[in-house]
Design a protein around this ligand. Structure first.
Ligand code: FES
Length: 85
């Protein structure tokens, strides 16, 4: 559920996802939020293992899980969610 009308983005920082790239992807997401002026619309947080390690690295936007995110495809996902061109 959105919190306070904001979209919640949670990136898994559990050891499997962290080791497979989520540490770098976290920075890409932060840059995306900043560059698109989204800080007042989102809550961005790191989470512990989401029990999806096999499909990782993973990210959750509200309750939806996105599998196999990378520094490259995460921007595409965020564009879809936030309707950026
Ligand atoms: S470490 Fe990310 S889902 Fe388990």
């Amino acid at each position: 559920m959105p919190v306070d009308g904001k979209t919640e983005i949670a990136i898994c920082l559990g050891s499997a996802c962290f080791a497979r790239g989520n540490n770098r992807t976290r920075k890409v997401i932060e840059d995306y939020i900043r560059n698109n002026g989204l800080w007042d619309k989102v809550i961005f947080r790191g989470g512990r293992c989401f029990n999806h390690c096999q499909q990782g690295p993973v990210m959750k936007i509200d309750e939806k899980i996105y599998d196999k995110i990378t520094e490259l495809n995460v921007t595409e996902i965020l564009d879809e969610v936030f309707g950026q061109d």
